[in-house]
Design a protein around this ligand. Structure first.
Ligand SMILES: Cc1cc2nc3c(=O)[nH]c(=O)nc-3n(C[C@H](O)[C@H](O)[C@H](O)COP(=O)(O)OP(=O)(O)OC[C@H]3O[C@@H](n4cnc5c(N)ncnc54)[C@H](O)[C@@H]3O)c2cc1C
Ligand code: SF4
Length: 463
């Protein structure tokens, strides 16, 4: 077991964010990782308690308790303490296909459930996870794993976000021939086009795609499976199809935007930014440089828009949050700031959030370009770029219709299952559970792979 007195001897030490005024000048990683002996000490803080709630992964009264992937946290913390990265990696990869994603963007339900956190600060599980996988990539431990026996079955996975990648990885290692079909030019879904580089470097996504390609997964980009001819062919030619197309249908902005220039949905804005900044691709969607920017909404997507607009050189930024400030206070009565709000506060001298505010009217000039936003409280704020991070209403209808599967905002399956109304078609991720998180998408992908494997083989040895 871990060091029984570790949590008494060592204080929690998280990966530090770079200073806000320094990091807003670039698109590089937000964090400076803690490594070496200090990381071993962080592993040693794990008490290896009798009932490790951190890995329970259950829903209780609508809340997620512990890691949805049931990561074997106390085990790999113990190995980390000993500096035994090889064993730690083996245990980590048993339950998580992509720790390099979760170790960067997961909200760490494990830490909220850590016993150490009852009286003091929880173990740095999230950062420890990142440390193990990054050590493995940097030290040649992430070699392709080839599957020797082929099942003779083929599977098409539609959509290459974390859910699709997890399904593909699981079924490929099981011996099925897997093709991932993606309508965009790059693989990764929101990992590639939504979450900005400073939170999840695109090289990290690409590194994984290359490893999976070496291991035998085929990737086809630029193919839209909502085309009925494409869907029909995939449905006929593959023994099973898994739909992992995300929850792409945006919620409405809430006011009439027809004919107004300067209003964009968050995903379109972020996608254009990644294209421009990472891949040098021009876009019709303007950047925020020299503009007063307003972001509607809160949460991950809104924060990523705020941080992106700041890096593009906006003149000013506000975030309109519908609910009151009191709804966001922590147990100490303080208002937590995430990385984007921290950056806005450092740059403009105030938290960007205006609570209890929403848009009543858009003001335009003679050319129809947005110049101001009037809020429901009657305040008029200058604004040349309005970004709606208003959430997602579910998956798109067209791809469901093309495959003939039942949809009710998301794809319909029996509760806790992944098989759709068409027997050889399955679904996973946001397309199935609605707008969610990377860790849930990976968990869904793994669970769907079990059902697909059983459907194809009559039994499964996937876990
Ligand atoms: C801006 C933003 C920031 C986020 N930040 C975080 C975060 O910090 N932490 C976190 O845990 N979660 C975050 N999330 C949520 C998380 O990214 C999603 O829950 C997760 O990506 C869902 O995975 P998925 O595989 O189900 O779908 P997606 O990642 O949405 O992938 C779906 C894929 O399917 C493709 N596709 C769709 N239709 C078709 C078609 N017809 N043919 C072929 N391909 C198709 C899409 O192009 C896309 O590549 C964020 C979400 C957004 C929007
Ligand atoms: S995937 Fe998320 S919840 Fe699970 S161990 Fe990692 S950080 Fe914690």
């Amino acid at each position: 077991m871990g060091k029984p007195t570790g949590f008494l001897e060592y204080a929690r030490c998280e990966n530090r964010r770079r200073p806000p005024l320094e990091r807003v000048k670039d698109w590089e990683d937000l964090y400076l990782p803690v490594e070496g002996t200090s990381r071993q000490e962080q592993g040693a803080r794990c008490m290896n308690c009798g009932v490790p709630f951190c890995q329970a992964g259950v829903q209780f009264e609508g809340r997620q308790l512990g890691c949805p992937l049931h990561n074997l946290i106390p085990e790999w913390n113990d190995m980390l303490m000993d500096g035994n990265y090889g064993h730690a990696l083996a245990r980590l990869l048993k339950t998580n296909n992509f720790p390099e994603f979760t170790g960067r963007v997961c909200p760490a339900f494990c830490e909220q459930a850590c016993s150490c956190g009852l009286y003091d600060a929880p173990v740095t599980v999230h950062d420890n996870e990142r440390s193990i996988i990054e050590y493995a990539f940097s030290n040649g431990m992430m070699k392709p794993r080839y599957t020797l026996n082929s099942s003779g079955k083929n599977v098409a996975v539609i959509g290459s976000g974390p859910a699709g990648l997890a399904v593909a990885d699981q079924l490929n290692h099981r011996g099925h021939s897997v093709t991932v079909v993606e309508k965009q030019g790059r693989i990764g879904g929101i990992l590639a086009y939504g979450i900005p580089n400073m939170k999840l470097p695109k090289t990290v996504v690409q590194r994984r795609v290359e490893l999976m390609t070496d291991e035998g997964v085929s990737f086809v980009t630029g193919l839209d499976a909502s085309d009925p001819a494409v869907a029909g062919r995939l449905s006929r030619e593959y023994d099973a199809v898994v739909l992992c197309c995300g929850a792409e249908e945006p919620r409405s902005v809430g006011v009439e935007t027809e004919g107004v220039q300067g209003v964009y949905y968050a995903m379109d804005y972020l996608h254009a930014s990644v294209d421009r900044q990472q891949f040098g691709i021009r876009s019709e969607i303007p950047d925020a440089g020299g503009k007063h920017v307003i972001v509607i909404g809160t949460g991950n997507t809104a924060s990523d828009c705020v941080a992106t607009a700041i890096r593009q050189g906006c003149t000013d930024i506000c975030q309109l949050v519908r609910r009151g400030r009191g709804d966001y206070l922590d147990s100490r009565g303080e208002l937590p700031q995430d990385y984007a709000q921290e950056e806005a506060a450092a740059l403009f001298g105030r938290d960007p959030r205006l609570f209890g505010q929403s848009v009543a009217r858009l003001e335009t000039d003679e050319a129809g370009s947005l110049c101001a936003v009037t809020t429901k409280s009657g305040e008029t704020l200058p604004c040349e770029l309005l970004i709606a991070a208003t959430g997602f209403a579910g998956c798109r209808e067209d791809v469901c219709a093309a495959f003939g599967v039942e949809r009710n905002r998301t794809v319909v399956t029996a509760a806790g299952h992944y098989q759709t109304s068409v027997p050889h078609i399955f679904t996973a991720g946001d397309m199935h559970r609605g707008q969610s998180l990377v860790v849930h998408a990976i968990a869904e992908g793994r669970a769907a792979a079990i059902e697909v494997d059983r459907f194809l083989m009559g039994y499964t040895n996937l876990i």
